[in-house]
Design a protein around this ligand. Structure first.
Ligand SMILES: [Zn+2]
Length: 257
């Protein structure tokens, strides 16, 4: 895939070592408000006018604060002040989503509890949702997911908390101990509830992938219109795993539909 470059030949792709420096210096969250799902931001100058990915000019901003910066509702000075004193590094900061340790996670979803689970749903070997412990103890869990719009095209990727939306219609809300991801017209695609120190509850999931349609809540998971039942394997880092067979019939390798 081609990656855009600016007039100085600087790629939009930021080297992983520089990304790690930015995450560390920003406290693994938006420097303004602390939300743990964010974008890498070149503050001033913006990327289009940068010759280098310079960490001293870069930070983490959530979708909301990024949008406010673009509209001039947050000043460059306010962002620079927060870069010196990131929200999640302030002594008064407390957020249940930043209160996990690095032990294995236990994910509760659709009537089942998966211990040491990283991937609640996997399809044809592809993790549709992945949840990892924090990169650094005391900070946010790491969430990855691929979300389709109603036309079936992937239009939102979250990769270890980095927000990569290809349209404006996606929205993330962190309300107390919940992360809520909404798509077009406010439709909820994912609700994750934190139960520190190691519990995660998936309260709602609505996702499409290829031939598969998933609709789940605390009690049930409906796959292509049928309610899933009888999990036989609970001891892997994957919760529900599905494979499409040669006839393109759907089946679940660790359950029966
Ligand atoms: Zn923010």
């Amino acid at each position: 895939m081609l990656t855009a470059t600016n007039r100085f030949g600087l790629s939009l792709a930021i080297p992983s070592g520089i990304k790690k420096t930015i995450r560390e210096q920003s406290g693994f969250g938006c420097v303004i408000c602390g939300i743990g799902i964010w974008e890498y931001e070149h503050v001033d100058p913006e990327w289009i006018n940068c010759e280098f990915h310079d960490p001293s000019n870069m930070t983490l901003l959530c979708q909301e604060c990024h949008s406010k910066k673009a509209k001039g509702m947050i000043s460059i000075k306010a962002i620079r002040d927060s870069m010196l004193n990131p929200f999640t590094k302030r002594p008064s900061f407390y957020n249940k989503f930043f209160n996990f340790n690095t032990d294995p996670l236990e994910i509760t979803f659709a009537g089942h509890t998966f211990h040491n689970c990283k991937v609640p749903i996997k399809v044809d070997g592809f993790p549709l949702i992945e949840i990892l412990p924090p990169e650094r103890s005391g900070y946010s869990i790491r969430l990855s997911g691929s979300f389709c719009d109603s036309d079936g095209g992937m239009s939102l990727y979250i990769i270890k908390n980095e927000w990569r939306a290809f349209s404006e219609k996606w929205h993330v809300e962190v309300a107390g101990h919940k992360i809520i991801i909404r798509g077009k017209q406010g439709l909820i695609h994912l609700i994750i509830v934190a139960a520190p120190p190691n519990g995660i509850l998936i309260e709602r999931i609505r996702m499409n992938y290829g031939e598969w349609t998933f609709d789940g809540n605390i009690d049930d998971l409906t796959v292509n219109g049928s309610i899933l039942s009888e999990i036989s394997n609970r001891n892997s880092d994957t919760g529900f795993s599905f494979n499409t067979d040669r006839d393109c019939k759907v089946n679940c390798v660790n359950s029966r539909i």
